[in-house]
Write a protein that binds this ligand. Structure first.
Ligand SMILES: [Zn+2]
Length: 363
């Protein structure tokens, strides 16, 4: 073989390798999927609702709350509530859909509009009429988390942290072998001194709800997981917004929404501090259902309360090819599952014909 031929072949090889690198660099190596339970499109896109900042809706000092969350301008108002998410959307580094004022819709298709059917739809990629309660029953469907976990490239690299104690059943931790830390379960992963403090606080704090722990604990556990095991797929489900709403406490619902935005930022900053994840990770954020409207309706969600059938979705990071506020798009909650896979270069629709296609936001 002549020297010239060898050099020529080398160039061809290098050329093809670098184009493969370019493709991989545009694609996420990791995905963090975050859900905020029952946070309405109304607040995500419109910020605080002045009709609900009243004593009757659990606000002790309405004037003080309005000072904190109310300005006339809708875009400024929503950025006061969710500064990290809207900051990214405004600078063009995040995509968000579901704003009725832009005729954008993210539809919940399960017809029931409560949590287990919603989380199944988000994670399994289709609505399942057999899931018609929030009972602790093991999910018969294979979630995108389980499907990815069964692949060698993701084995042992998928983890889930949820505030709600039904997640071990929704993700079927027994069958999927995915570690699911949810409800008031103690934490096991992380720096020993931090895990010890987290477990102490978690045990000693007054438990407002038996089945839902405070989101700050869930996020702290998830951050320890990221630092310790660097999971390629991390699911973080925050729950307090829904519970404060059910209790009719609008002030706490707003504060929790704002806190969740801060937690998303913390997760992002943690990801960006890890060599395994920095500039190689996509975030997908959504909610399991909408809620009703009006002074009473906002507290609950069901097939009897219009608004419950609408949710929203956002995404940013490596491999997300769309940005800004979606105009006129019609999407389904069920598309989130295939989107998580597509961001990682995997096609979840090949698994089952009922799995809905990915959102059209993947590079
Ligand atoms: Zn609820």
């Amino acid at each position: 073989m002549s020297f010239r031929l060898v050099v020529g072949m080398l160039f061809i090889l290098m050329g093809s390798t670098s184009s493969v690198f370019a493709q991989v660099a545009n694609r996420a190596q990791n995905v963090v999927l975050i859900t905020l339970d029952g946070l309405r499109c109304e607040e995500v896109f419109g910020g605080a609702d002045p009709r609900l900042m009243t004593k009757e809706n659990g606000v002790e000092k309405p004037d003080e709350l309005k000072e904190k969350y109310w300005v006339e301008d809708r875009e400024k108002r929503r950025a006061m509530l969710l500064p990290f998410l809207w900051g990214r959307c405004q600078e063009g580094t995040a995509w968000i859909a579901g704003d009725l004022e832009n005729e954008s819709l993210v539809a919940v298709t399960n017809g029931l509009y409560f949590s287990y059917p919603g989380y199944n739809e988000i994670l399994s990629g289709f609505p399942d009429p057999a899931i018609n309660s929030n009972d602790k029953k093991y999910n018969l469907n294979t979630t995108v988390l389980e499907w990815l976990h069964s692949k060698p490239a993701f084995a042992g690299k998928v983890a889930a942290y949820g505030s709600w104690d039904v997640f071990p059943y929704i993700i079927n931790d027994k069958r999927s072998m995915i570690p699911v830390n949810a409800g008031w379960q103690p934490f096991h992963v992380g720096a020993p001194d931090r895990v010890e403090v987290l477990n102490f606080v978690s045990k000693q704090l007054f438990h407002q709800w038996e089945g839902v722990r405070y989101d700050v604990l869930t996020v702290s556990g998830a951050i320890e997981e990221l630092k310790t095991n660097q999971p390629r797929v991390l699911f973080v489900s925050l729950g307090e917004t829904d519970d404060w709403a059910h209790e009719g406490k609008y002030e706490k619902y707003l504060l929790t929404a704002q806190q969740n935005d801060f937690f998303i930022r913390q997760l992002w900053e943690t990801v960006q501090s890890l060599p395994s994840h920095k500039d190689k990770t996509a975030f997908v954020i959504t909610s399991d259902h909408g809620r009703g409207d009006g002074r009473e309706g906002w507290k609950n969600h069901s097939d009897k309360l219009p608004g419950s059938e609408r949710t929203w979705a956002a995404a940013f990071g490596t491999g997300v090819g769309s940005s800004g506020v979606d105009q006129g798009g019609k999407y389904e909650q069920a598309q989130v599952a295939a989107t998580v896979a597509a961001l990682l270069g995997e096609d979840f629709t090949t698994f089952k014909s009922s799995v809905r296609p990915s959102l059209p936001i993947v590079k």
